[in-house]
Design a protein around this ligand. Structure first.
Ligand code: SF4
Ligand code: SF4
Length: 392
């Protein structure tokens, strides 16, 4: 296994175990299978295990397996606060206490604000006493390091990086998201501020494996160096020095073994120019299925009506590359989960953004298409539910 250092010099395995996708049978986590896979990863050198309050059964399963095998002091546990459920200052302790109990531990090594969407959300948490609560937990040692996970554009991500003295952060990143989501810009920015960056969705929820267009598949097949699409996607990440841990939601023994092997064999700067050029062709092949040629550069934002223009186009494009569900999920996350809506329907057609777009995209017109495709009845229900749920 290769290891990369956190802010305080601890060695973290380059491959991290994402505990979101444990195998289930009859709706419940198959503990025996999860244990076998977790211990195979541990024995292969994996020492970072990531879960969250809202992953059904995941914290409890991880806690049970870790305790049974006596490995608590040999691993790092990362979990996430469901801050969107917090309504008063006492709730911080309530959820955190429940997490310690589920995980059968007295401390969380890496604790994240789960899906911190924007500055307004962070301000809301601060008003509820988040900063004082975090400081207290860091001082007592119940939380070792504090960070946040993020889905959204680079600009907001950079603002969040600067909003607190975080120890680390986590972003969605893969070769298709080099210029969308926080992207390479966000990765480099966080790194320049001394933050280790954990990576989620390295395979874009499996889409970079299962739903590759035929042309992209052929590029991999015909390339002189032979790796599977999974291996290429992971190698692309570990090739970059700014990447700390890559989370993989492994739920078969074969996936564990393959990922461990790839992590052990890949180091920074390993990919050749030819490899990167081949991957760029794969990206083009996938992008050719896209509707709007937005590169995610962000020159068009901020919009006076708060439209997350690159986020809207990324989610819209995903409808054609990844399917409607992924597209809608991403659209909800980047527009409706924010304290102030960033939806395409906010656009009033002022045209200010259009003059800044190097791709010559007719942004207001394309936003109408986004609204038409993504703001249907399901989106509206989700938006209402989020409003009711968060009560702020
Ligand atoms: S045209 Fe729409 S998206 Fe562009 S700046 Fe104006 S309101 Fe924002
Ligand atoms: S300026 Fe154009 S290409 Fe860049 S993010 Fe905005 S719409 Fe996309």
């Amino acid at each position: 296994m290769n290891y990369r250092r956190d802010k305080y010099g601890h060695e973290l395995s380059a491959l991290a175990y994402g505990c979101m996708r444990f195998k289930r049978s009859g709706g419940k986590i198959d503990i025996a299978a999860a244990e076998e896979q977790i211990m195979a990863a541990f024995n292969g050198g994996v020492n970072y295990f990531d879960t969250a309050y809202i992953y059904p059964g995941s914290e409890a399963a991880l806690g049970e397996i870790v305790e049974k095998n006596g490995i608590r002091d040999k691993i790092f546990i990362a979990t996430k606060l469901p801050h969107y459920l917090i309504r008063n200052p006492e709730d911080f302790d309530k959820y955190f206490g429940e997490q310690l109990s589920r995980l059968r531990t007295d401390r969380i090594d890496f604790y994240l604000m789960h899906m911190l969407t924007d500055i307004a959300t962070w301000e809301r948490l601060k008003a509820l006493g988040a900063v004082e609560w975090i400081e207290k937990k860091l001082e007592s040692g119940e939380i070792k390091q504090i960070g946040f996970s993020y889905h959204g554009g680079a600009e907001m991500f950079c603002r969040l990086v600067d909003a607190f003295h975080w120890d680390f952060c986590m972003i969605q990143y893969n070769y298709m998201d080099e210029n969308s989501q926080a992207g390479k810009r966000g990765l480099k920015y966080a790194n320049s501020k001394g933050l280790p960056v954990m990576i989620m969705e390295p395979l874009r929820g499996g889409r970079l494996v299962n739903n590759l267009p035929e042309e992209a598949r052929k590029i991999f097949e015909n390339y002189r160096v032979k790796h599977t699409p999974v291996q290429w996607a992971l190698k692309w990440l570990w090739n970059q020095p700014e990447v700390t841990c890559v989370l993989s939601g492994m739920n078969t023994l074969e996936a564990v073994e393959d990922n461990v092997k790839t992590a052990s064999e890949t180091s920074v700067g390993e990919l050749s120019e030819g490899d990167l050029e081949m991957l760029a062709r794969v990206v083009s092949a996938i992008n050719s299925k896209m509707k709007v040629g937005c590169t995610g550069c962000g020159y068009c934002v901020p919009c006076p009506k708060n439209v997350d223009i690159p986020g809207c186009f990324a989610a819209y494009n995903r409808r054609y590359s990844d399917g409607w569900f992924t597209s809608l999920k991403e659209y909800v996350m980047c527009t409706a989960l924010r304290t102030n809506s960033a939806a395409a329907s906010n656009c009033v057609g002022c045209g200010r953004c259009k003059q800044h777009c190097p791709q010559g995209i007719d942004i207001p017109e394309e936003l109408k298409n986004v609204r038409g495709k993504l703001e249907g009845p399901i989106y509206k229900i989700a938006r209402k539910a989020i409003k009711l749920f968060r009560t702020y």
